[in-house]
Design a protein around this ligand. Sequence first.
Ligand SMILES: [Zn+2]
Length: 177
Amino acid sequence: MLIHSWMSPKCRLAPSSKSGMGIFASFLIEPREIVAVWGGKVYTQAEVHQLSLQIPEYNSHTVSVAPGFYIGLMSPGTELDDTDLFNHSCQPNLGVVGQITLIARQQIEAGEELTFDYDTTETAAVPFHCRCGAPECRGVIDGSSWTKPDFQKAHAGYLSWNVLEAIRRSGDEPRQP
Ligand SMILES: [Zn+2]
């Protein structure tokens, strides 16, 4: 169900071999076509922490939009928006531009599952074991990838402003000997 976000009518929700439900292309999607725009309510880090104590896995359905700020469900604990159900892949066919827009990184055929790399929006995460099946699968996704030059290079152009800002800030810090 779409509650507060926009998703292309070329997409549909269906069971995924990766994890639970996922979002799939029903029609061919062109490179750089907009697939989804996340909406919702803005939460602070403290609010997300508090909500995740009350609602298990709450923080797995928020997206970081700036250091210390998240976008999430309008009413925590209610039904998820379909756009909260894109699965992670270490070799994704979608990428994030800005903070809330998902676009196609390549031409996507009807029937393909639509995925993005969760570490392209997050700089901290509750670790999970990835089952994306990609040859370059990182195994455990824990929100630390943004610090790695290889990751930054592989996802150049598809890193959220939140991640870009974290990289910029880390570069400003004094180097440890
Ligand atoms: Zn993976």
